[in-house]
Design a protein around this ligand. Structure first.
Ligand SMILES: [Ca+2]
Ligand SMILES: [Ca+2]
Ligand SMILES: [Ca+2]
Ligand SMILES: [Zn+2]
Length: 437
């Protein structure tokens, strides 16, 4: 009875509603799945606990630099929704910077959080090989007759219209193998309130919980992956994001937040008051979400993190603070995401077609690093292939080596961060970050 009442209120008070944007509906999506397949929340919690137990037991282990292959599904009804490649590359760059703590605005993080800050060291690469083994840009483009996939899901708890973006027969695009690719759909989810199209939701994601293997017959069902409202994708997006209260400063951090959910993180305030928390020991609790602002004064819950009662962490990507003040994950969040990648989402980083994450380490030297006009790779084993990847996740060059060493000329590269993937003769792969200066 509660939800229809809410819906009624929001329809009547539409001017108020228009000023309320819901950054994320991941929490509501989990409730929706629970209503279709009772026991789902238990499944989410057990994956969370297993990942956390793994991260605690392996906290001393040095993690590899994880590489996640991404496919971006652009589903558009109008030309402006058909985002240019440059916007997609820009979003990948933001993912790679924020998930490697290379974003320039980490300097804005209050020093209170120095004791908890963490670096995920996760790279995102647009898929180079599709499900069938064919070369791909990692981008699909689908023209749809659906003007919006939006619905009042946030109020009704029904995600079936939103989920249509993930289905070709329903006007969207089918996912690629969800165990081996991170699927990101970008579309329009605006809703019509009293004749006015209103942006009400920026994104949602599914948690790691064995979703692709959910029992047959439980459809409509959540399809694994991330969905982003098209104006909220990238920071160079030409479309203005406005929920009826003036333009919102978009920094591409909706994707950072949603991928955080996809990798197992909950909202930092635990979707409830001081009695509810996010299950992560080093994130300060809060009694409610940030009000899409950057309130550095608030300290709403008393906690004890390494002996300190930290203020509410509006700098955290998993809050609802403004994108301009989000800049950090904590080490506890990083450990949890690594636990997810080593367990529930193992195939994403260890059995993906790009084969990017090191599986069986082999020794190699890469020098100098930083490099200016060339670098050398040497190994005891025969190197078959070296791939040079940009921070926007594109393969710039694939070099066949067939030798134990190679000198790569970098005269044509602009300064910045790159990834090098080195494949040995017996198909073991290693990756390394390379700075060109
Ligand atoms: Ca809380
Ligand atoms: Ca916490
Ligand atoms: Ca506190
Ligand atoms: Zn969220």
């Amino acid at each position: 009875m509660k939800l229809p009442l809410l819906l009624a209120i929001c329809l009547i008070a539409s001017s108020t509603f228009a000023q309320t944007i819901h950054k994320c509906a991941s929490y509501e999506a989990i409730q929706y799945q629970e209503s279709i397949t009772p026991g789902f929340i238990n499944q989410v919690n057990s994956v969370f606990n297993a990942s956390k137990a793994y991260s605690v037991n392996n906290s001393e282990k040095s993690n590899p630099i994880y590489n996640i292959p991404v496919v971006v599904h652009i589903v558009y009804n109008s030309p402006e929704q058909n985002l240019a490649d440059s916007v997609i590359y820009n979003q990948l760059e933001i993912l790679n910077k924020d998930y490697n703590r290379l974003n320039a605005d980490t300097v804005n993080m209050r020093s209170d959080f120095d004791i908890v800050k963490g670096n995920p060291q996760i790279n995102f690469t647009l898929a180079q090989i599709d499900e069938n083994g064919a070369p791909t840009t990692g981008i699909t483009r689908t023209s749809t007759a659906t003007t919006s996939f939006g619905s009042f899901a946030f109020f009704t708890g029904d995600f079936s219209d939103l989920e249509k973006v993930k289905s070709t027969v329903d006007g969207g695009h089918d996912p690629w193998d969800q165990s081996r690719y991170l699927n990101i759909w970008v579309c329009n989810m605006s809703i019509n309130i009293l004749g006015q199209e209103t942006t009400a939701l920026l994104g949602y994601a599914t948690p790691p919980a064995g979703l692709p293997n959910w029992p047959v017959g439980s459809v409509p069902n959540l399809n694994d992956g991330v969905v982003i409202q098209f104006q909220a994708f990238g920071s160079n997006n030409p479309n203005i994001l406005d929920a009826g209260n003036g333009p919102i400063n978009v920094k591409g951090r909706t994707a950072i937040h949603e991928v955080g959910h996809y990798l197992g993180l909950r909202h930092i305030w635990g979707d409830g008051d001081c009695n509810e928390q996010d299950g992560i020991d080093d994130t300060p609790n809060a009694d409610a979400q940030s009000n899409q602002d950057c309130d550095f004064i608030k300290n709403t819950c008393i906690d004890n993190i390494q002996g300190v009662d930290l203020p509410d962490m509006v700098e955290n990507y998993m809050d609802y603070s403004e994108e301009t003040c989000q800049n950090s994950f904590t080490q506890g969040q990083v450990d949890l995401m690594h636990g997810v990648l080593e367990n529930e989402r193992y195939n994403l980083v260890y059995n993906n077609p790009a084969g990017l994450t090191e599986i069986n380490a082999f020794e190699f030297n890469l020098y100098p690093n930083p490099a200016s006009n060339k670098f050398t790779v040497k190994s005891m084993e025969k190197i078959e292939r070296i791939q040079l990847i940009s921070i926007t996740g594109q393969t710039l060059r694939t070099i066949d080596v067939n030798s134990t060493s190679a000198i790569i000329n970098t005269d044509d590269l602009t300064t910045g961060l790159y990834y090098i993937i080195i494949a040995s003769e017996n198909q073991q792969t290693m990756s390394e970050s390379l700075v060109i200066h």
